[in-house]
Design a protein around this ligand. Sequence first.
Ligand SMILES: [Zn+2]
Length: 478
Amino acid sequence: MSRVTFHGAYGCVTGSATHLAWGDTRVLVDCGLYQGDEALEARNWNPFPFPPRELTAVVATHAHLDHTGLLPRLAAAGFEGPVYCTRASRALISLLLEDAGELQEEEARYARKKGYSRHAEPRPLYTAADAKRAIKLLRPLPFDAEHDLAPGVRLRYRRAGHLLGAATVEIAAKGADGERRRWCFSGDVGRYGVPILKDPEPPLAAPAALVLESTYGDRCHAPERTDEELRRVITETFGRGGMVIVPAFALGRTQEVLYHLAAMADEGALDPADVFLDSPMAISATELYERASAEHDEEMAELVSNHSSPLAGDLFQRCRTVEQSKRLNGRTKPAVIVAASGMATGGRVVHHLVQRLGDRRTTVLFVGYQAAGTRGRALVDGADRVAIHGRPVPVRAEIRYLRSLSAHADRDELLRWCRALPAPPQRVFLNHGEDPARKALEAAIVDELGELGWPRPALPLPGDSAPWTRHRGRKECS
Ligand SMILES: [Zn+2]
């Protein structure tokens, strides 16, 4: 029996994992880490709800850890098959997983040393060696070409515009009736008309079923000008002698922030000596972004041809070592510090927050989605103190949130992407969204695409599954 089973990213935006089974073929689309509050992150320790050794392949939509972060666990659990991804994704996934493995080990060590973990003997979720094992399984594929995933099963990647290498996935396989059926997984859909990368592209063929992300299904991004807002925040903060701390996802958001900062520096509005990129991974990712000319949009391509470095990778101060990062603690002159992680759940930005959150002159500028339960969400929601390393830290800094820098399409952009499909799908499943967002997108699809022949979307729950082909009269997941 052919079935599609939804394991992750239900009612939340992390832990993406969808299992496809038909005949002897077993494919997992994404193998993401849960990120958020303790209860959510506890799911990372659950055994996989399928035997990892039986998987034929994993298909990764893009590098973000909420789509790839459990690959090392999968490899540690015995999966040895290929992990397909786009060419640009391979470089980014390698960077991220290597870092994740080291971070897991480091956090377990730190928790042991400081004794703030509830566990007597904190252990890592996986090790750096597990991460290396997963990286060896990566098999890069080009965009737009069909690839045989298994006998009778084909895979094709389309650009999703969300991150360097990010893709929408089309998988076509023959059903029990011998007819070829196409499933499309949107992956994370990016925004239209933003700098650096090409815009999202719809699948080439009409899918019978669509699994669509719904992160921002309940809102439209404010039409703010990112460059103007960024400029205002920096000018105001520097004016009162403070630091601008930007918790940034090392991949994607960081490069977009750098793009705008580089433009400011180019105009003489910002001294490049006052901008610190405090993340070895972000430094490496920025170099990859600059080199990936096939993925650049027209504006970026033009900048690259006229300007040696539109992301100013070599102009700004780079902190690769921990010592360079620590030196920033003693700095009193205003500066922009861009450091991961984007939701302030880990990474070097946490140390800057310990140092500067209590200072009224500081601005903490969030530039991406803040999942429920994260420290970033608590700050954006106005918490007057947050716990860091088991201790309360008072919040006196100004907290700002630049929503226009989100890497995700908003409701209208998701509908725009849907309208670009060659034909309406017969079935739609919404995942990768907190429930209010999923429900709002469900209503929007019914209201705005219903007359075009779109069905009411299903909102799968954990472990819900649907047959690969629809059985007449049978109810699938709700
Ligand atoms: Zn993503």
